[in-house]
Design a protein around this ligand. Structure first.
Ligand SMILES: [Zn+2]
Ligand SMILES: [Zn+2]
Length: 339
């Protein structure tokens, strides 16, 4: 305290005088302090303002509630590497994606190939019997028109079926459970369909075609009916292949497939890409995609969803908020290690 006093300041030993001196010292200190503040604020006005702003955004580290205990470390001790949260997430996603791509469930088995052979044979029997009937009767127009109608309606049927399994049921649903589960998985990892082997991708539909169409082949001899059934069931069976091509990269697809997609004969890549974007409730058709615009514009599926809800109290999945269990993971974020 005495260090701030002038050197020639007189101090007596009297308590009263000392007390009075203390008051003076206090007064000098106050004046000195005020003068110092004034000078600082005049000379560094910006400094004071910056100090206030920075103090308002500083976060305090919470005090330690437990005492730090330092333990002796062994000679070969290595401190833990700091964890980068982003890189950890990417690494986890990469690992997850690599597991999906190396999943043996994407490969064809001999059972898958057998079902494909069975399905293709069934469709060919329909078409062959229809053609034979047309040759015998010299009536080609009927079977050809019926085949065209089969192609057009197969797109509508693929959309209705896709809408149904996207929105209702679960993996535990009888008969359709595995298809529902597969389509939910497809929404999470859409690009894996292009890695799925041909027979693996189509065998379920080939089996359905075998069971439903083979009896018609054996019992029916009408060339018009068989023309319709052959084309319709063939398009349904191969719809998963058309779907896979819709997920392909243009430069990697066969030129003929790209030409058919561009002509609207097969579902286009851009149209199906919209199905995998919010709001996840449109472009369900996967043969030609010809019905998508009409169905989405007329809100047919939304009307059916309302009817199902008010009649049975069942909410479709598309009404729920996007769920990380079925919305798409970013391939580019997690794929590089597998390519
Ligand atoms: Zn879908
Ligand atoms: Zn898809």
């Amino acid at each position: 305290m005495s260090s701030i006093l002038p050197q020639n300041h007189a101090i007596t030993s009297s308590q009263r005088v000392l007390s009075g001196t203390s008051d003076k010292i206090g007064t000098i200190q106050k004046r000195y302090s005020q003068q110092l503040k004034t000078n600082i604020s005049r000379q560094f006005p910006l400094f004071a303002r910056v100090y206030c702003v920075s103090s308002s955004t500083t976060t305090k580290t919470p005090p330690l509630t437990e005492p730090l205990i330092l333990q002796p470390q062994p000679a070969n001790y290595e401190p833990p590497t700091p964890i980068n949260k982003t890189s950890t997430n990417t690494a986890t996603a990469t690992s997850s994606t690599r597991n999906v791509l190396n999943d043996p469930s994407l490969q064809s088995t001999w059972a898958h190939r057998a079902w494909m052979a069975s399905g293709c044979t069934t469709v060919l029997i329909s078409l062959a019997k229809s053609a034979t009937g047309a040759i015998d009767s010299q009536m080609w127009a009927g079977p050809i028109v019926a085949g065209c109608i089969g192609y057009v309606l197969s797109d509508l049927a693929s959309g209705i079926y896709h809408w149904g399994i996207d929105n209702y049921g679960s993996a535990k649903t009888p008969v359709f459970g595995s298809q529902i589960d597969a389509f939910q998985g497809h929404h999470k990892w859409p690009w894996t369909i292009t890695r799925r082997e041909f027979a693996n991708n189509l065998h379920a539909l080939a089996r359905a075609v075998t069971f439903s169409v083979l009896p018609i082949d054996l019992l029916c001899n009408n060339s018009v009916v068989l023309g319709f059934v052959g084309v319709f069931s063939g398009c349904i069976m191969f719809s998963q292949q058309f779907h896979s091509w819709a997920h392909g990269t243009k430069s990697k697809l066969p030129p003929l497939v790209v030409a058919l997609q561009d002509a609207g004969i097969l579902v286009s890549r851009s149209q199906h890409a919209a199905h995998h974007r919010p709001p996840y409730n449109n472009n369900y058709c996967i043969v030609s995609g010809a019905w998508n615009e009409y169905l989405d514009r007329s809100k047919v599926f939304e009307l059916l969803e309302m009817i199902f809800f008010f009649k049975f109290g069942v909410r479709p999945r598309s009404w729920s908020e996007p769920d990380s269990e079925w919305t798409e993971e970013n391939e580019t974020q997690s794929l590089p290690a597998s390519n």
